[in-house]
Every structure is written in C-alpha cells, then in structure tokens.
Design a protein around this ligand. Structure first.
Ligand SMILES: [Fe+2]
Ligand SMILES: [Fe+2]
Length: 249
C-alpha cells in the first residue's frame, strides 16, 4: 500500500473567484463526500471486526487498520476543503453497525463479501471517478485533496484483490458460482443507476469528449452523465477483467 499524504494544509483557495451557482454545488458535493468517507470509516471498521472474528493472517489486519486510518484522514481532508469553499461539512446520521448484506451471511463468509463489494467493486469505481476528476483539475487545493484520496483508494482497491486471492480459494469449490453471482450483483447495483442516467443520451453523444465541463472539474465535480460514461469505460476496461482474473466473473 502506498504511503498516504497526511497533511491537512491545503493550498489556499479563493471561493469568490468561482461562479456562485457552481460554488453552491461544490459545497454540497464536498459535504456529501464527507458523508461517504464517514461511510467508508464505518465499513472498514466492520471489515476489521470481520477479519478479526475469522482470525485472518495478521498482514491483512494491519492493512485494514492502515486503510481505516486512511478513511478517517479522508473525512478530515474533505471537511477541510468543504470549509475552505465556505460549506459546512456534516456527519451522516448514525447507522446500525451491521450492514444488511453482511448480516445475512455466515460470519465465515463476511470478510470475503465485504472485500468484494466495498474494496474490489466500489473502490475500483472510486479510483476511476477520482482519476477522471484529478486529470482535469488544476485548482491547487482541490487537486491536493483529489490526489491524496486517489493515492489511498488505489491501495484499498488492491488490498481487496489481495484478500480475494487469499480467501476465495479457501472457500468450498461448490460455492464458486454463488460468489460470482454475489460479485455480479454488486456491479448491477451500480449498473441500474447508470442505465437510467444514460437512457436520455443518444448513442452518438456517449463519449467523454462531449462532456468536458472544465468549470465543474476545477471544483472537483462532474456531471452524472460524465460519471455514467466513466462507469461504462471502467466496467469494460478495468472492473470486468479484474473480476475475471479473480475468478469472480
Ligand atoms: Fe476514502
Ligand atoms: Fe477507501
């Protein structure tokens, strides 16, 4: 896992320079990222408990602790940028400790299930969305946060793949089809939303070059259509091959 940047000293940013409407959107976007990073803290805390319960090898526990520490730092980073833009970071509503999907599974299945959904599938998508934003953002404070998030999420994605390579072969071979179905459902969870978003976009317009939106990119934002197009590209070029390589597709 790469060494994460730990500094909260963001380069200066002047919110007044930005279009007022986009600035409001940016405050809400970064406030929402504070909530999703909090969600990652909750999920990785649960994963750590699951790994401990099934007595997984110590290096996975150490990496999970490291990843949890990353997510706590992400809450702080996104909060700092939200405040620098004049927004107000908010914590999410408290949730039950148990995730519904995980709670339905036997304790011995939970570490693998969480690794597939939260690390392999979700972090592969997070990395792709962050790469798409970072590559187009030149505003120093925003780029600083995007780069720091990206460096860590790449490590989380790869930790998920490492854990699947460890845990999946240890499951009974007769379960393999069920795990593939489980992974497919994790992808479909995103796919439904993407299909709805792209339904109104004619096929000839379905290319990233038609949705450059540099003003949003400067503030670390994108449009739903662009995000849907990044999803499609990531599914074909990265996520599906990755799931196949892990014997999950
Ligand atoms: Fe994160
Ligand atoms: Fe993460």
């Amino acid at each position: 896992m790469s060494a994460p940047a730990r500094s909260l000293a963001l380069p200066p940013i002047e919110p007044a320079r930005f279009d007022a409407t986009l600035l409001v959107e940016a405050r809400l976007t970064w406030a929402d990222r504070v909530r999703t990073e909090w969600r990652s803290v909750q999920v990785l805390t649960r994963w750590l408990t699951e790994l401990t319960a099934t007595v997984e090898p110590l290096p996975f526990l150490a990496d999970a602790v490291h990843a949890l520490d990353d997510e706590i730092h992400h809450v702080a980073l996104c909060s700092a940028l939200c405040e620098a833009l004049g927004g107000r970071p908010e914590r999410p509503a408290p949730t039950a400790a148990d995730d519904a999907t995980s709670a339905r599974l036997a304790p011995s299945e939970r570490p693998l299930a969480t690794a597939i959904v939260m690390l392999v599938v979700n972090e592969t998508l997070s990395v792709a969305y962050l790469q798409d934003l970072a590559a187009r953002c030149e505003e120093p404070a925003v780029r600083f946060v995007l780069d720091a998030l990206l460096a860590d999420e790449l490590g989380h994605r790869d930790l998920g793949a490492d854990f699947v390579r460890h845990a999946l072969p240890r499951r009974p071979a007769a379960e393999r089809a069920e795990w593939r179905t489980f992974a497919r459902r994790a992808v479909e969870h995103h796919r439904h939303k993407i299909d709805a978003l792209l339904a109104g976009v004619p096929p000839e317009r379905r290319a990233l070059e038609h949705f450059p939106d540099p003003a949003r990119a400067a503030l670390g934002m994108t449009t739903w259509v662009r995000q849907a197009l990044v999803f499609e590209e990531t599914l074909e070029l990265t996520l599906r091959p990755r799931l196949e390589a892990l014997d999950l597709a």
